[in-house]
Design a binder for this molecule. Sequence first.
Ligand SMILES: Cc1cc2nc3c(=O)[nH]c(=O)nc-3n(C[C@H](O)[C@H](O)[C@H](O)COP(=O)(O)O)c2cc1C
Length: 244
Amino acid sequence: MTWTWDYSLKADNKMKDYHYFSINDKKFTSTQLYRHYERQKKSNKGYITKDLSYTFNTSNSFENTIFQRKTWVNELPNKQSITKDFISQFSQLAFIGGDRPHRSYPSGGAQYYVNIHLLFNENRVEKEIWNQGNVTELNADTNQLLIKRHVPWSQIQTTFIQDHLAYTSQFAIVLSVDFQSIFEKYNDISYKLVQQEAGHIGQNIQLVATYLGIEAIPLGGFYDLELNKVIGDREITLYALLLG
Ligand SMILES: Cc1cc2nc3c(=O)[nH]c(=O)nc-3n(C[C@H](O)[C@H](O)[C@H](O)COP(=O)(O)O)c2cc1C
C-alpha cells in the first residue's frame, strides 16, 4: 500500500495503534527475543577526517561520571543503602533540578508530559521509604513523592522480562504518560516528543546513578500491560530502568 499523508490529523489513533503494536506481552516473548548481531564499526566512508581523540580528565567528577557510565547486566550489587535522603538527592539531581524554574532535563514546549514513578523493593530498601506504599510517583513541581499503593516486589518483579535482575534491584524507575492527554497540545508530533523527553530523563538516571555509586540498567524488556497496571491511573509505560 502506498503511504499518503493523512490531512485529517487524527494522529492519536494511529499512534495508539503503533504503540500497542510494539508492546511486549508474555504470550509473544519467545518470538520477540531477537537474535543478537555483533555490531560492525562504521567506516569513515572515504571522507577527509579530523581526529577528535581526547583523554578524559577523570579527576573531574562530571567527566568521570560520563567515563564510568555503563549498563549493568549482572545481578545488581546494592552497594548503597537506599534511604529517603538518597532518593531526595537522586530525584533533585536527575529530575527536579533544585530550587529554580528549570528541571534537570528539557521537555518539548516545557509541557513535562512524562510522569516519573519510583517503585521500591521492600526487601532491599530502608523501611522509611516504603512503609506507606512502595509504588510512588514524583511530583517535581512540589518536591514530593506521592505514595500511590503497595504492590509486593515479588509481583512487580514479574513485569520485567529479566525478572532475575529485577529480583536483585533495589528500585525501578518507570517513565509513563497519560495517553489521553498527550495529544492535546502537539497532536501529531506528541508521541515523538514524549519519547524524546523520556530519553533525556533516562540518560540523567544513568548518569546520576553512576555519580551516586549505584548501577542501572535501562530496559525495553518489560511487559507493558502488566507494568501499566502496577503504576495505575491508566498510564502507559514508555521506558523503565532497574537500579541497585
Ligand atoms: C532503549 C534501550 C533498551 C534496552 N533494553 C534492554 C533490555 O531489555 N535488556 C537488557 O539487558 N539491556 C537493555 N538495554 C541495555 C543495552 O543492551 C546496553 O545499554 C548496551 O549493550 C550498551 O551497553 P553500555 O550502556 O554499557 O554501553 C537497553 C538499552 C536501551 C538504550
